[in-house]
Design a protein around this ligand. Structure first.
Ligand SMILES: [Cu+2]
Length: 178
Protein backbone atom coordinates (compact mmCIF):
# COMPACT_ATOMS: atom_id res chain seq x y z
CA UNK A 1 0.00 0.00 0.00
CA UNK A 2 2.80 2.40 0.86
CA UNK A 3 4.39 1.92 -2.53
CA UNK A 4 1.05 2.43 -4.23
CA UNK A 5 0.33 5.74 -2.52
CA UNK A 6 3.86 6.92 -3.21
CA UNK A 7 3.30 6.03 -6.84
CA UNK A 8 0.00 7.93 -6.91
CA UNK A 9 1.71 10.94 -5.37
CA UNK A 10 4.37 10.68 -8.06
CA UNK A 11 1.73 10.53 -10.81
CA UNK A 12 -0.13 13.46 -9.27
CA UNK A 13 3.01 15.57 -9.14
CA UNK A 14 3.83 14.65 -12.73
CA UNK A 15 0.37 15.74 -13.82
CA UNK A 16 0.71 18.95 -11.86
CA UNK A 17 4.05 19.86 -13.37
CA UNK A 18 2.81 18.91 -16.84
CA UNK A 19 -0.18 21.22 -16.54
CA UNK A 20 2.01 23.97 -15.07
CA UNK A 21 4.35 23.57 -18.03
CA UNK A 22 1.42 23.74 -20.44
CA UNK A 23 0.08 26.84 -18.75
CA UNK A 24 3.51 28.38 -19.08
CA UNK A 25 3.74 27.46 -22.72
CA UNK A 26 0.37 28.85 -23.77
CA UNK A 27 -0.11 31.76 -21.40
CA UNK A 28 3.18 32.07 -19.64
CA UNK A 29 4.53 34.56 -17.21
CA UNK A 30 5.42 36.54 -20.29
CA UNK A 31 4.38 40.17 -20.01
CA UNK A 32 1.80 40.89 -22.69
CA UNK A 33 -0.16 43.58 -20.83
CA UNK A 34 -3.57 42.88 -19.31
CA UNK A 35 -7.32 43.14 -19.85
CA UNK A 36 -8.26 46.84 -19.79
CA UNK A 37 -10.97 48.77 -17.94
CA UNK A 38 -13.71 49.44 -20.51
CA UNK A 39 -14.56 52.67 -18.61
CA UNK A 40 -11.05 54.05 -19.11
CA UNK A 41 -10.33 53.63 -22.79
CA UNK A 42 -7.69 55.91 -24.38
CA UNK A 43 -8.39 54.98 -27.99
CA UNK A 44 -10.71 52.92 -30.17
CA UNK A 45 -9.27 50.94 -33.06
CA UNK A 46 -11.34 49.11 -35.63
CA UNK A 47 -9.88 45.91 -37.03
CA UNK A 48 -11.53 44.26 -40.01
CA UNK A 49 -11.23 40.57 -40.70
CA UNK A 50 -11.69 38.76 -44.01
CA UNK A 51 -10.86 35.26 -45.28
CA UNK A 52 -8.08 35.25 -44.25
CA UNK A 53 -6.51 38.61 -43.42
CA UNK A 54 -6.50 41.49 -40.94
CA UNK A 55 -6.86 45.14 -41.88
CA UNK A 56 -4.73 46.94 -40.69
CA UNK A 57 -1.67 44.65 -40.67
CA UNK A 58 0.16 46.65 -38.03
CA UNK A 59 -1.00 48.75 -35.06
CA UNK A 60 0.99 51.36 -33.12
CA UNK A 61 0.46 51.33 -29.35
CA UNK A 62 1.95 53.24 -26.41
CA UNK A 63 3.01 51.65 -23.12
CA UNK A 64 0.16 51.79 -20.56
CA UNK A 65 -2.34 52.70 -23.26
CA UNK A 66 -5.81 51.12 -23.01
CA UNK A 67 -7.39 50.35 -26.37
CA UNK A 68 -10.86 49.17 -27.24
CA UNK A 69 -10.57 46.95 -30.29
CA UNK A 70 -13.72 46.80 -32.39
CA UNK A 71 -13.39 43.55 -34.29
CA UNK A 72 -15.46 43.17 -37.46
CA UNK A 73 -15.56 39.81 -39.16
CA UNK A 74 -16.62 40.57 -42.73
CA UNK A 75 -15.58 37.14 -43.98
CA UNK A 76 -17.48 33.87 -44.24
CA UNK A 77 -15.27 31.95 -41.78
CA UNK A 78 -14.80 31.99 -38.01
CA UNK A 79 -11.84 34.18 -37.01
CA UNK A 80 -9.97 34.98 -33.83
CA UNK A 81 -8.27 38.08 -32.49
CA UNK A 82 -5.58 36.98 -30.03
CA UNK A 83 -2.91 39.18 -28.44
CA UNK A 84 0.34 37.40 -27.64
CA UNK A 85 3.87 36.47 -28.58
CA UNK A 86 4.60 34.13 -31.48
CA UNK A 87 5.31 31.15 -29.17
CA UNK A 88 1.94 31.53 -27.43
CA UNK A 89 0.16 31.69 -30.77
CA UNK A 90 1.91 28.48 -31.88
CA UNK A 91 0.74 26.74 -28.68
CA UNK A 92 -2.79 28.07 -29.06
CA UNK A 93 -2.94 26.82 -32.65
CA UNK A 94 -2.50 23.27 -31.32
CA UNK A 95 -5.33 23.76 -28.79
CA UNK A 96 -7.63 25.15 -31.46
CA UNK A 97 -6.80 22.35 -33.89
CA UNK A 98 -7.94 19.90 -31.17
CA UNK A 99 -11.17 21.86 -30.67
CA UNK A 100 -11.87 21.65 -34.41
CA UNK A 101 -11.11 17.95 -34.35
CA UNK A 102 -13.48 17.17 -31.48
CA UNK A 103 -16.22 19.25 -33.09
CA UNK A 104 -16.53 22.00 -30.47
CA UNK A 105 -15.56 24.53 -33.15
CA UNK A 106 -16.35 24.47 -36.87
CA UNK A 107 -14.98 26.57 -39.75
CA UNK A 108 -17.98 28.91 -39.48
CA UNK A 109 -18.57 28.94 -35.73
CA UNK A 110 -19.50 26.74 -32.80
CA UNK A 111 -19.62 23.08 -33.77
CA UNK A 112 -22.47 20.58 -33.58
CA UNK A 113 -20.94 18.96 -30.52
CA UNK A 114 -21.90 21.98 -28.40
CA UNK A 115 -25.63 21.50 -29.08
CA UNK A 116 -25.74 17.72 -28.91
CA UNK A 117 -27.73 15.87 -26.23
CA UNK A 118 -24.64 14.74 -24.40
CA UNK A 119 -23.69 18.36 -23.89
CA UNK A 120 -22.45 17.53 -20.37
CA UNK A 121 -20.00 15.00 -21.71
CA UNK A 122 -18.64 17.55 -24.13
CA UNK A 123 -18.47 20.07 -21.31
CA UNK A 124 -16.40 17.66 -19.24
CA UNK A 125 -14.06 16.89 -22.09
CA UNK A 126 -13.74 20.57 -22.90
CA UNK A 127 -13.02 21.75 -19.37
CA UNK A 128 -9.28 22.06 -19.70
CA UNK A 129 -9.56 23.45 -23.19
CA UNK A 130 -12.37 26.01 -23.13
CA UNK A 131 -11.80 29.02 -25.31
CA UNK A 132 -11.88 31.65 -22.58
CA UNK A 133 -8.50 33.37 -22.50
CA UNK A 134 -8.87 37.08 -21.69
CA UNK A 135 -6.42 38.01 -24.48
CA UNK A 136 -8.48 36.27 -27.14
CA UNK A 137 -11.91 36.59 -28.72
CA UNK A 138 -13.64 34.50 -31.38
CA UNK A 139 -15.66 36.43 -33.96
CA UNK A 140 -18.27 34.54 -35.96
CA UNK A 141 -18.81 35.54 -39.61
CA UNK A 142 -20.81 38.74 -40.05
CA UNK A 143 -20.49 39.74 -36.39
CA UNK A 144 -18.59 42.38 -34.40
CA UNK A 145 -16.98 41.82 -31.01
CA UNK A 146 -14.85 43.99 -28.72
CA UNK A 147 -11.72 43.47 -26.67
CA UNK A 148 -10.29 46.06 -24.25
CA UNK A 149 -6.59 45.70 -23.59
CA UNK A 150 -3.99 47.68 -21.61
CA UNK A 151 -0.53 47.42 -23.13
CA UNK A 152 2.76 47.33 -21.25
CA UNK A 153 6.26 48.21 -22.42
CA UNK A 154 6.57 44.67 -23.75
CA UNK A 155 7.57 44.42 -27.41
CA UNK A 156 7.27 41.61 -29.94
CA UNK A 157 3.51 41.29 -29.53
CA UNK A 158 1.39 40.04 -32.39
CA UNK A 159 -2.34 39.96 -33.01
CA UNK A 160 -3.23 36.70 -34.65
CA UNK A 161 -5.98 34.31 -35.69
CA UNK A 162 -5.19 30.78 -34.57
CA UNK A 163 -7.99 29.02 -36.43
CA UNK A 164 -6.15 26.14 -38.16
CA UNK A 165 -4.27 27.40 -41.22
CA UNK A 166 -5.18 31.08 -40.86
CA UNK A 167 -1.97 32.28 -39.15
CA UNK A 168 0.02 30.52 -41.87
CA UNK A 169 -2.02 32.17 -44.62
CA UNK A 170 -1.26 35.62 -43.22
CA UNK A 171 -3.67 36.31 -40.34
CA UNK A 172 -1.01 37.84 -38.15
CA UNK A 173 -0.07 41.47 -37.52
CA UNK A 174 2.41 43.39 -35.38
CA UNK A 175 1.90 45.71 -32.43
CA UNK A 176 4.56 48.42 -32.65
CA UNK A 177 5.19 49.76 -29.15
CA UNK A 178 6.27 53.42 -29.43
CU1 LIG B 1 -8.95 33.46 -39.14
Amino acid sequence: MKAKSAFLLFVASLMFSASAAMANLSHGNVDIGQPGDSQKVDRIIEVKMGDSFFEPKSIDVKPDETIRFVLKNEGTLLHEFNIGKAAAHAAHQKEMAAMFQNGSLSPTGKGQAMSDMDHNMVGMKMDGMAHNDPNSVLIEPGTTKELVWTFSKSTGLEFACNVPGHYQSGMVGQFEVK
